[in-house]
Design a protein around this ligand. Sequence first.
Ligand code: IDP
Ligand code: MG
Length: 168
Amino acid sequence: MAREATLVIIKPDGLKKSLTGDILSRLSQAGLKIIAAKTVKVSESLAKKHYGHLSDRPFFKELLRYITGQLHGENRVLAMVYYGESAISQVRQIVGATNPEEADPVSVRGAYGRILTTGLFENVVHASSSAEDAEKEIKLWFAPSEVVVNLYPCKVITLEKVEQKVWA
Ligand code: IDP
Ligand code: MG
């Protein structure tokens, strides 16, 4: 099996419950490398792109409120790319099943997830579920310059009159 990359997001409930250290230490047992990491304020537009495939599900609106931090008063997630042998399946195993009640109790979601009264699965962490999804998601969340391994083909473009915030 070749090396592959996968997107991991510690969702607002994971940050609110201070679970980052525990999640990272569980993931470190997979022997993968973190090749990108940043905190992100999730916009409505990013949330809709990330969860676009679920737009016709009854919990979609609540899912957008969840990932944009409106359920936790915490508009902040930690996004990371893990890289290595079978990264996608290894991380999914550590993270556990989508439904926290069905997830292995020793997995992250089994240990810390819950089902809200609205029915939404509040499951602490996102992990890509296929190579195709991983590529789409990594390209959505990270620019090539933010990832230390050249994962996918890139091109160079010249921008004119780009406004950018820099330190004063
Ligand atoms: P995944 O996160 O395990 O890949 P997806 O099907 O991609 O699962 O769903 C994205 C997120 O939407 C889940 O992590 C969970 O928060 C929520 N979700 C998915 N399916 C359901 C459901 O049937 N009921 C409630 N929430 C769900
Ligand atoms: Mg998914």
